[in-house]
Write a protein that binds this ligand. Sequence first.
Ligand code: HEM
Length: 140
Amino acid sequence: MNQQQIHLVRSTFALVQPIAGDAAALFYANLFKADPGLRHLFKGDMTHQGQRLMGMIGSALNLLDRPAALLPVLRTLGARHVDYGVRTAHYDTVGAALILTLEQGLGAAFTAEARAAWVDLYGVIARTMQEGACEPALAA
Ligand code: HEM
């Protein structure tokens, strides 16, 4: 990701932060609509889960300039996700639900450039988490 893209994801995430609780709820509604089968993977309180998701995206955004610090955290997170029952194919479903949520939450502020920057960011996070998962792609 280049500096302009990093700026775009940070500035759009800043717009989401005041409505983080609503955004997280909308995200899970979008996710479970896309794949109702994913619901059973989540055992805990969804409000708390939403806070953890937004918190982790925020941390990733803070660390984008310091990949040496960010990448190991994401690999470990990816390894934990294997234990949660998450498979490679689920990452695309989650990515699509995230982009849809940003589009719904940000409206016109979610420009084509902002969308492209978020797609790139999610791709980096998802690929790095999958490296940590160390699962064969065919297991998806
Ligand atoms: C951008 C990618 C993702 C991020 C940043 C993320 C972040 C997190 C965080 C921070 C947690 C809290 C627990 C922990 O730290 O280990 C968590 C738990 C979890 N995530 Fe993710 N996640 C991502 C992708 C996914 C995907 C693709 C799925 C598939 C459905 C998923 C399903 C879950 C589940 C089932 C839990 C455990 C919930 C529970 O304990 O009830 N996540 N995630």
